[in-house]
Design a binder for this molecule. Sequence first.
Ligand code: NI
Ligand code: MN
Length: 222
Amino acid sequence: MVKFNYIHHACFLLEDGTDAIIFDPFLDGNPGKVQVKDIKVSHVLVTHAHGDHLGSAYEIVRKNNALFISTAEVANAAAEAGCETHSMHLGGTYHYSFGKVRVTPAFHGSGIAGGHACGFIVDFHGTTVYYSGDTCLFSDMKLLGELEKIDYAILPIGDNFTMGPSDAALAVEFLGVKKVIPIHYNTWPVIAQDPEKFKQEVEAKGKAKVFIVAPGTSLELK
Ligand code: NI
Ligand code: MN
C-alpha cells in the first residue's frame, strides 16, 4: 500500500511501509512543523532550489545517507554541500530502487544560476504520481499524460507563484488523470485558496476526483 504523507506546502512523502522518499523538503518555516530528525527516507527529490522547495534537503540527505535527485545544476550544488547525488535532466528517466523517475519540464525559476525547474513523474512501487513542481499551466501536459499512465497528479493551486485553481483544473484535463491532490496553497496569505472550490471546479467536469489532504495527514493511494 502506497501512502501520500503531506507535511504542508509542496513537501510530501511517498511511503509503502518499508521505503519512503520525500519531495521538496521545506521544513524550517513550514507551518507543518516537522523536524529533520523525524524524517527517515532513502531518496530526496528536489524540483528546484527556491527555499520553499530545497529547504532542509542537504541535512536530510546527509543524516539519512540518502540520495539527492534533481536536475544537474541543483544536484551539483548539493554535491558541493556534501550530499550523495544523482543528476538528471528534463526528459530523462532512470530506475531507482523504489521505481522509475521521469523528469518533466516546469516553467518556473530554478533558484540557481543556469538551472531549470522541473517536475517528476514517479512510479513508486507500482503507483505512478505526477508532481508538476512549481509551474504555470502548459499544454504539453497532454503529452505527459500520453507518455505515462499517471494515477495521481499532485498540482499547485496557490496562484501568484504557480498555477491557480482554474489553470490547475485545466491541467487535470490536459493530463487526462482521474485523481488529483492539490498542494502549494494556504502556506502564506499570498497563496491563500479554498481547495473545496478547486474540487468543485474539477469534479463538475465529471472526469476526475480531487482528494484534499490536510497538512499532517496522509492518503492511501489506490
Ligand atoms: Ni519556486
Ligand atoms: Mn514554491
